[in-house]
Design a protein around this ligand. Structure first.
Ligand SMILES: Cc1cc2nc3c(=O)[nH]c(=O)nc-3n(C[C@H](O)[C@H](O)[C@H](O)COP(=O)(O)OP(=O)(O)OC[C@H]3O[C@@H](n4cnc5c(N)ncnc54)[C@H](O)[C@@H]3O)c2cc1C
Length: 410
């Protein structure tokens, strides 16, 4: 038992590992306990739908730290150990094996889980979800022998899986309820770019399509029956219909939870000794002046560093702009900023949209809220500076690649 001097982290993903690292780099020399229910030490998930899935990255490359880092830094890493409850009164967490760990401060970094498809046949062999390295191994193996892959859900993970399946040589269909891939996150103007990208690579896009059933034959998946009665044949199905934050512990402990665990700008929950960071946290953002939950790598990497400092009593406010990236076929992009689906009135393209080499900007009342550089590099800092400045821009200058981004003001 570490006693009540320990700083305890529930969830050993990227956020948990980065918090542990920061506690040590900030000089904390008391007990640090990092508890994760997976059997793997903390790893990064983005490669699981990209290079690792395509067999281009070694397993060793996905881990946050080398295996001996935890021992060398005296971090008590407990794997295969689920935290089952938090006793706020006694300042203790209970693990699945019944053991208890006392905490002085607790960080909840429990991440999120794939939303499950609720249709007949969803449990058939050959139907895959993608969250863990084990899932990625299973899908890679399935893609190797697959002739026809159906991807349900045209979000980031669905589209990346579709690209990996095409690259592996399978026929691929993507089934999506909305009219375009990524419509809700990007809006029509830029969503069309991703639709065109996948069409150009021979993907059969089934948009505005509901799923009624996953069909089976001889005890395994044979395809997807759509709401209009049509059938998409498939020997492998990948489901990517979003995630839900793992808030169960926080809810049971009576913390404020609504679209994630509610935390202030210093990542503190409604209990002053409990913090949350990463996918599971809905944090007040001082620049955006609202609470947002970000399901992205950069947030899971940086936010827990602020949380760890706050746990050590430092005065911090996490105000980084949300940042995201993807790689699909020969398209690489970075996205910075934050826009609600109806929160913009204009999209300006700078560069060549047809060749997929451009920067897109989402504006509201002449101010840039978000930007995405597609196959254009070394501009992300300038894009972020523009968003942070929050001043009105001249849209003709913004659209002109000849005008530097720090000179586009009105
Ligand atoms: C396939 C894939 C590709 C992605 N690609 C990108 C990308 O290209 N760009 C990008 O920006 N983002 C990407 N993301 C998102 C990014 O990986 C996540 O935002 C990030 O993993 C969140 O980290 P986290 O530590 O908050 O949560 P998680 O990674 O979910 O880690 C939380 C850990 O806590 C464990 N846990 C949960 N409950 C308990 C409990 N009660 N007790 C103990 N342990 C518990 C979980 O099992 C998990 O191991 C991708 C995600 C996936 C799945």
């Amino acid at each position: 038992m570490a006693g009540n001097q320990a700083l305890v982290i529930a969830g050993a993903g990227l956020a948990g590992a980065k918090a542990a690292e920061t506690l040590r780099t900030e000089g904390f020399d008391g007990p640090v306990v990092l508890i994760g229910d997976e059997n793997e030490r903390p790893y990064e998930r983005p490669p699981l739908s990209k290079d690792y899935l395509m067999g281009k990255a070694e397993r060793d490359s996905i881990y946050v730290h080398p295996a001996d880092w935890y021992r060398e830094h005296d971090v008590d890493l407990r794997l295969g150990a689920a935290v089952t409850s938090v006793d706020r009164e006694r300042h203790e967490v209970t693990l699945a094996d019944g053991s208890r760990v006392g905490y002085r401060k607790l960080l909840l970094a429990t991440g999120s889980s794939p939303r499950r498809l609720q249709v007949p046949g969803a449990g058939l062999p050959g139907v895959h979800y993608l969250r863990t390295v084990g899932h990625s191994d299973g899908i890679r193996q399935a893609f190797q022998g697959a002739e026809r892959v159906a991807v349900i859900g045209a979000g980031w993970i669905g589209l990346e899986a579709a690209a990996a399946a095409r690259t592996a040589g399978a026929e691929v269909a993507v089934v999506e309820m909305a009219e375009l891939p990524l419509l809700r996150v990007l809006g029509r103007e830029v969503a069309q770019v991703f639709a065109d990208l996948h069409l150009a690579h021979g993907v059969d896009l089934r948009m505005s399509a509901g799923v009624d059933e996953i069909t089976g034959a001889s005890g395994r998946v044979s395809g997807v029956r759509l709401a209009d009665g049509s059938h998409v044949p498939a020997d492998t199905v990948v489901v990517g219909v979003g995630i839900t934050p793992n808030t169960q512990l926080a809810e049971a402990a009576g913390l404020d939870v609504s679209n994630g665990i509610q935390v202030d700008a210093s990542l503190r929950t409604s209990d002053p000794d409990i913090y949350a960071a990463g996918d599971v946290a809905c944090a007040y953002h001082p620049l955006l002046k609202s609470s947002i939950r970000v399901e992205h790598w950069s947030n899971a990497r940086n936010q827990p560093q602020a949380a760890a400092k706050a746990m050590l009593g430092q005065d911090v406010a996490y105000d980084r702009l949300p940042y995201f990236y993807t790689d699909q076929y020969d398209l690489g992009m970075e996205y910075s900023g934050y826009v609600e689906p109806d929160g913009y009135d204009e999209v300006i393209f700078r560069g060549d949209k047809q060749r997929r080499e451009f920067v897109a900007f989402w504006l509201s009342q002449g101010r840039v809220l978000a930007g995405m550089n597609v196959n254009v590099w070394d501009v992300n800092d300038a894009v972020q500076a523009l968003i942070r400045r929050g001043a009105p821009v001249d849209t003709a200058k913004l659209a002109n690649p000849g005008v530097p981004l720090d000179e586009v003001g009105v």
